[in-house]
Write a protein that binds this ligand. Structure first.
Ligand SMILES: Cc1cc2nc3c(=O)[nH]c(=O)nc-3n(C[C@H](O)[C@H](O)[C@H](O)COP(=O)(O)OP(=O)(O)OC[C@H]3O[C@@H](n4cnc5c(N)ncnc54)[C@H](O)[C@@H]3O)c2cc1C
Length: 433
């Protein structure tokens, strides 16, 4: 924010700044070369899941040497994590904003839904990174190697050999959390064998010269935008009347350039809030590509290797939400690595529920009907039930409420397709023609 803008007549003094600023990594945590040849745990990728797992391990008593390897050279403010506050996590106290009311809009209706006890919360990446790196630095047995590409790993006697661009280290256990960055070939393969809907988005973190946002509610999906290229919506997380994250989201396999996303955001800010480019300053931006899929991810490719985070299938297939799932699996994985769980050595795959698969199939096959379906869902399902469903905590009654609210005939075809595919998946390969 320029000084002129910050002190301008219309902008309140107390704008919560700090977004867009990279985090200073504690010196004591970072190493230039590995400090030992053998680690108890080597974690490839020190992003959301790698860092969350590392803290879980330490808090649960890991005292042996742990090495985190990441190719990044800095911790920029590269994303905003939002989810419903349905259970305690190590990070929810960092939330910059929380809303007990959320809105879904279509061209013809606006649906508001509220749940006082389970607000929708939003965390800035730089707050998360600053906090978790600070916590890790309190422990003498963890080290972070940055700017280093992990290349691969292989099994050796009593452990794994791990190769990075410059080094070779050994680990008794290896955790791969390098994020899901599928190649086109892998995507084609996923699309052939499972349902997938690409979620592509760009968000701008803006501060405006006059109050325009309703800070007491967030907009989860505003479908009242041009839908000709594919299913698209606006997502608005207001932190105050003059500050918000505004995202342009596609749930469609369309090639949208960064410039096109930005042009659409510009026109969204103009049409929805009457903002011209001179009326706001961009504090930061973020972008993402999240494949929403019911593809079955192998979380244990080898007995001593665990894949976690998006690489381990942590993303909720029908929504793209991942953060809460990562937090849940961090504790489970930490317990297993520390030998406090019976799962040790078992090969795991992540599966998703039938309802999730049907919903995803429906999104893939009938995107034009999605705005009406979402609006109906938020209008007819009691907020607490819907929040539980969206946060993976729904019980049978919540599922029944959801099914009753949805147009059943529309979903019948998708349900049949999913059922057929499940049956086909169960037929052993050697019995298929
Ligand atoms: C912009 C954005 C916004 C999101 N918002 C939400 C949200 O609101 N709610 C939600 O639930 N989910 C959200 N997600 C989805 C998900 O929560 C995040 O993607 C989350 O960061 C995934 O964690 P991860 O550990 O799998 O991957 P990452 O956090 O991306 O971490 C992967 C790490 O691996 C490193 N790496 C990659 N390759 C190598 C290599 N060869 N060697 C060494 N290191 C490597 C990367 O540098 C990175 O640090 C969002 C995703 C994005 C991209």
């Amino acid at each position: 924010m320029s000084e002129a803008g910050r002190n301008g007549p219309d902008v309140p003094e107390m704008i919560p700044l700090g977004r867009g600023i990279a985090v200073q990594v504690p010196d004591s945590l970072v190493i230039d070369v590995p400090d030992t040849e053998v680690y108890d745990v080597v974690i490839l990728g020190a992003g959301c899941s790698g860092l969350s797992l590392c803290l879980a391990l330490l808090e649960r008593g890991a005292t042996g040497p742990i090495l985190l390897v990441d190719s990044r050279t800095e911790y920029a403010d590269d994303r905003t994590w939002s989810y419903w506050d349905v259970e305690p996590t190590r990070f929810t106290h960092l939330a910059r904003a929380r809303w007990t009311t959320w809105r879904v809009s279509t061209a013809t209706e606006q649906v508001r839904s509220s749940a006082l006890s389970t607000p929708y919360v939003s965390l800035a990446a730089n707050d998360f990174y600053r906090y978790v790196l600070g916590r890790l630095a309190e422990y003498p047995n963890v080290r972070l190697l940055m700017g280093e590409d992990a290349i691969g790993y292989s099994e050796i006697a009593n452990g794994l050999a791990v190769a990075t661009t410059r080094f070779r280290v050994r680990g008794a256990q290896l955790v791969d959390s390098r994020g899901l960055r599928p190649t086109q070939g892998e995507l084609d393969d996923i699309a052939r064998r499972s349902t997938w809907v690409p979620q592509k988005f760009v968000g701008l973190h803006v501060v405006t010269s006059r109050p325009v946002f309703h800070a007491d509610e967030c907009v989860l999906m505003d479908f009242d935008v041009d839908q000709t290229r594919g299913l698209r919506f606006g997502y608005v997380l207001p932190v105050s009347p003059v500050e918000a994250l505004v995202e342009n989201v596609y749930l469609a396999d369309v090639a949208v350039t960064e410039a096109e996303h930005r042009a659409e955001l510009e026109s969204y800010l103009a049409s929805r809030f009457g903002l011209e480019p001179g009326d706001y300053e961009i504090l930061g931006d973020e972008r993402g590509f999240i494949p929403m899929t019911d593809h079955v991810f192998n979380q244990r490719p080898m007995p001593r290797v665990s894949k976690i985070g998006t690489l381990g299938g942590a993303t909720r297939p029908s929504t793209g939400y991942t953060f809460l799932r990562i937090q849940r699996s961090s504790d489970e994985t930490a317990l297993r690595l520390l030998g406090n769980s019976s799962e040790r050595g078992r090969t795991q795959t992540s599966r998703c529920s039938m309802l999730d698969r049907v919903f995803l199939r429906f999104l893939a096959d009938h995107p034009e009907r999605a705005p009406l379906v979402f609006a109906r869902m938020f209008a007819r399902v009691p907020a607490e039930s819907l929040v539980r469903f969206l946060s993976d905590r729904s019980g049978p009654i919540d599922s029944v409420r959801l099914i009753l609210a949805l147009p059943k005939l529309w979903f019948l075809g998708s349900a049949l397709l999913v059922l057929l595919r499940s049956v086909a998946d169960r037929v052993p390969h050697d019995r298929r023609h």
